[in-house]
Structures are given as C-alpha cells and as structure tokens.
Ligand binder design. Structure first.
Ligand SMILES: C[S@@+](CC[C@H](N)C(=O)[O-])C[C@H]1O[C@@H](n2cnc3c(N)ncnc32)[C@H](O)[C@@H]1O
Length: 490
C-alpha cells in the first residue's frame, strides 16, 4: 500500500460498483432510511451509491478526516452534506440523537491496526483504546492488537442501541465477529444481523477475509444470532453465527446437534514450547553431536538439552517427520538454568555466546525469570507420547507423536497437545478426536479465517468422556479415573 497517509488512514477506497452492490443488498433487505451517514466517506463512493439507491432519503451526511477527500466527495455530489471531521473527536451519541429514524450508517471504515499505527507514530486512535480489555497472558504475549474499525463499529452500535437503525459496513470478517461479540455481550438492542462475504482480493487487492456486516437495531430487541451468506447477492443462509453461553459459535445448527459433547475436557490441552529465539534455540543435525543453528553457525553440543522438534508446518503433514532439534533449557518455567553449566558445559558456553539475543527477547514473559528461560514448558512437555494438532493451519486432523531415539518430541508454541502415557492411549485418543462426532463438534466453534483458528479453549470444551460414550469407545483407565477431576499434571 502507498503513502504514509494512506497507511495511517487505512485507506482503501471502495470501487463504485461494489458500493452500488452493497446498497442494493441493503435495499433488498427492506431498509428505507430517513437519514444516511457515511462516517469515513473518502472520495464518496458510498454517498453516490446511496443517493442512487435510496433516492427518497432526505438527509445524507458524509465525514472524513482527509480534507482532500472531503473536497473530492463534495465535488462529486451536491445531494450530500460533507464535512471534514475526525471520527474519534466526534460526539456520535449527540449527533445521532438529533437525526431522524430510521438511520442507515453505511461505508467502509479504515483498515489499520493499533500496532501498525504505533509503528507509524500515528495517533489516529480512540483516546481510550482498551476495547478488547486484553489482560494477563494475552497482553504479555502481545495479542492486544486490534483493528481501529472494530472500535469504530462497536462505538457506533453502542450509540445506535435503542434507535431504529441499520449499520452496514465493509470490514474484515474477524472484525465483524468481534463487533458482534461485543454488541451481543453488552446486550445492545439488535434485531437481526447478517454477514455477506466479499472478495477483498478482487475489490481491494488485499489478501484478507472480508465481508459486509449488517446489523439492524430496534428498541426492545436482543437477538444474538447472525446469518452468514457466501456473497452479496446470495439468498441462502450458509450458517448461523451466534453467542451461546457466553461463547461465539460458528455454526449454530451443528453446535446444537452436538451440545451433549460440550463440557470440560478431563485432560488439559497444552501448548508447545515458546522461546522467541529460533536462530539460537533451533538446530539442525550436521554429524555426531554437531549442529547448525539458524544463524548458520556450526556448533558442538551435548545431547542433554536437545530434543527432536516438530513445527506446525511439519505436524500438518500426514506423516510428520522432524528435521530440527530444540534446545530446551528448563524442565519447568521456574527452574534455575545455572545448572546447565555443570550438566552440559558446551551447551552453557553456546548459550553464553548468544546471551545478547536471548536477553534481548522483547516479550515481558522473560523478564525477572532465570536467564535463558523458555515458556510453556512443564512435565507434560516431556511426555513420551502425545496427540497433537496445529492451531495455525486449516487442518482439523489430530496426529499421534511418539519418541524419536528414546527422546520425547517437542512442539512449537503454535501447536496444542494432550500428553499420553502409552502408544495405546494415543491410538484411542486419535480414534476419538478424529471421529465424525468430534470433528463436527469442534468445527461448530472454529472460524477458519482466524489467524489461529484452533485454540486451546475450543479443544478444552470437548468433553472426552461424553465423546467416548457417543463413539462407543472405552477411555484408557487412567484417563477415565480422572474424568471427574481434571488433572493439571497431564
Ligand atoms: C477504507 S477507506 C474507505 C473510504 C470510503 N468509506 C470508501 O468506502 O471508499 C477509509 C477512510 O477512512 C478515512 N479515515 C481514516 N481515519 C479517519 C478518522 N479518524 N476520522 C474520519 N475518517 C477517517 C480515510 O481518510 C479513508 O478515506
């Protein structure tokens, strides 16, 4: 994407044909507004399409932060009132309160995240940008990144709640879901919602899952469901997104069908090891006790702290094979790493020679912890057998992982796994987790367009004991005994 200003303003002007199609879709839903607002109107393609499609609407307002766009939009149409305004400075509640209903807010807000803005040194942000209220580990591991359109859409919905209005905006599909989640959990007065998928590569030349989000608001309503359509012209609803028991569900029919499998997993799903230093801590074998690291250095290391490892990209292959080793410096996150000096002097020397890289890891999870610490490590990481899945790939197939040369295999932090005691346990768990029942249950919670579609939370919601009954398989006795009280060890 072009200039700094374009980046800062998340500027992707909507092609006229798409704006027209969007307005036609809204019209077909029976929307007949008395006021139309385009809050970030750019050159004004939505203003022009609105004038053409909702020709009887008496008031059409447009705003944008960029004076050049305001001028261009004003030059293109005389039927709309267009002003230069910063969305974040505007008193939307007051503005909307003074407008005649039904109100239609239509458009395409900026496509930019708060972290992209901060790397540009931009302040094009809401004053209080804590919408997602990330806390604990998510904040520490840097997940507190959000699209500013999420804040804008959520704010508009909050201001529209209790009014007769429709919000219809183009956005990332992930943003649409977060906005709905926010609106539903806040109990905003939404009558019905729909998501129409659009082809962002075709219209905006960007590779992102995008959609038109439509929320119809009416006083006294509180629907928590949203129909999903595959394209703007589609009339058949593909699936229903919903909020159930405080959780977003991707496919309501399927989740209702398998509701009896929902519960608490008697086994705890674990993440692979996080170390944030692959050039140093991941190594390829290059002869006896000799390895090449990610910096291209050839090093001699004892085998004491080295474990065969699989990355997500290797785990998704039908028969995962490992190519590299992970240097696992601790058995648990609190373990003192100074003992490495005596147990494996070459390894200690190697770590010392890369102290700057290891000390320089940005994440605060390594602060105030023993030097060379890693994260997501515990007795479970060293389980000889594992049933694993990648959280990153669009592949819902669980794999059985056994030891290599008598050493347990480590997984990277994009993978999840259940530690197992024996190969037989692995076989039983694979039968269960790859069964149609488990797959359909899990699919009903998975949003495949997410950055990390499969999460520990989704996996943990599958009650393996109920699944075993459904599939007609007996659980291993050690697992069955734990089914009433989840163990933290395994
Ligand atoms: C994705 S473009 C879409 C423009 C127009 N809505 C369209 O559909 O063609 C986002 C627009 O938001 C404007 N914008 C960015 N930050 C803004 C802010 N804080 N207040 C108002 N407009 C803003 C940009 O100038 C840009 O025109």
């Amino acid at each position: 994407m072009g200039t700094k200003k374009q980046k800062e303003y998340g500027d992707f002007q909507t092609p006229d044909a798409l704006a027209q199609q969007v307005c036609n879709t809204i019209r077909h839903l029976g929307v007949s507004p008395k006021t139309i607002i385009e809050p970030t109107c750019g050159k004004g393609s939505f203003l022009q399409a609105s004038i053409a499609v909702f020709f009887e609407c008496p008031v059409i307002l447009g705003f944008d932060i960029d004076p050049d766009y305001v001028q261009a939009a004003a030059a293109a149409t005389s039927e709309a009132d267009i002003e230069c305004e910063d969305f974040f400075q505007k008193d939307w509640l007051n503005t909307l309160n003074n407008l005649q209903e039904p109100i239609l807010i239509v458009g395409n807000p900026p496509w930019v995240t708060n972290s992209a803005l901060s790397s540009l040194g931009s302040t094009n942000l809401p004053i209080k940008s804590n919408l997602q209220r990330y806390n604990g580990l998510d904040a520490l591991t840097g997940k507190s990144n959000f699209d500013i359109s999420e804040w804008m859409l959520s704010h508009l919905l909050k201001c529209l709640s209790g009014r007769e209005a429709v919000l219809a905006m183009l956005c990332k599909t992930s943003v649409a879901r977060k906005v709905l989640n926010y609106a539903w959990s806040q109990g905003l007065q939404i009558d019905n919602s729909a998501i129409y998928l659009i082809d962002a590569a075709k219209h905006f030349n960007v590779s992102v899952d995008a959609c038109l989000l439509v929320c119809a608001l009416k006083p006294g309503t509180k629907s928590k469901e949203c129909s999903t359509y595959l394209k703007l012209e589609a009339s058949k609803c593909e699936s229903t997104l919903a909020l159930r028991n405080g959780r977003l569900v991707a496919d309501l029919d399927s989740s209702d069908k398998w509701e009896h499998l929902s519960g608490r997993s008697p086994l705890k799903w674990r993440s692979g090891v996080k170390h944030d230093c692959s050039p140093v801590l991941e190594l390829w074998p290059n002869g006896l006790n000799t390895f090449i690291n990610g910096l291209g250095e050839t090093v001699r290391l004892e085998s004491t702290y080295l474990y065969p490892m699989l990355k997500s990209s290797e785990l998704v292959k039908p028969y995962p094979t490992h190519s590299r080793f992970m240097l696992v410096t601790q058995n648990s996150t609190s373990e003192d790493t100074r003992q490495i000096e005596h147990k494996a002097p070459q390894t200690w020397e190697y770590l010392q020679s890369h102290v700057h890289r290891l000390d320089g890891r940005a994440s605060s999870i390594y602060q105030n912890r023993p030097r060379f610490s890693i994260f997501g490590v515990g007795i479970y990481s060293f389980a000889t057998w594992k049933v694993a899945i990648s959280g990153f790939y669009k592949c819902l197939e669980f794999r059985g992982i056994g030891p290599i040369d008598n050493k347990p295999v480590m997984l990277d932090d994009t993978c999840y796994f259940l530690p197992c005691k024996t190969e037989d346990d692995v076989k039983i768990l694979l039968q269960l987790l790859n069964s149609d029942a488990a797959q359909e249950f899990l699919q009903s919670f998975i949003f495949w367009d997410s950055k990390r579609p499969i999460t520990a939370q989704i996996l943990s919601n599958l009650d393996l004991t109920a699944l075993a009954k459904e599939v007609g398989i007996s659980l291993p006795t050690w697992l069955d005994a734990r089914s009433n009280h989840q163990t933290t060890l395994w």
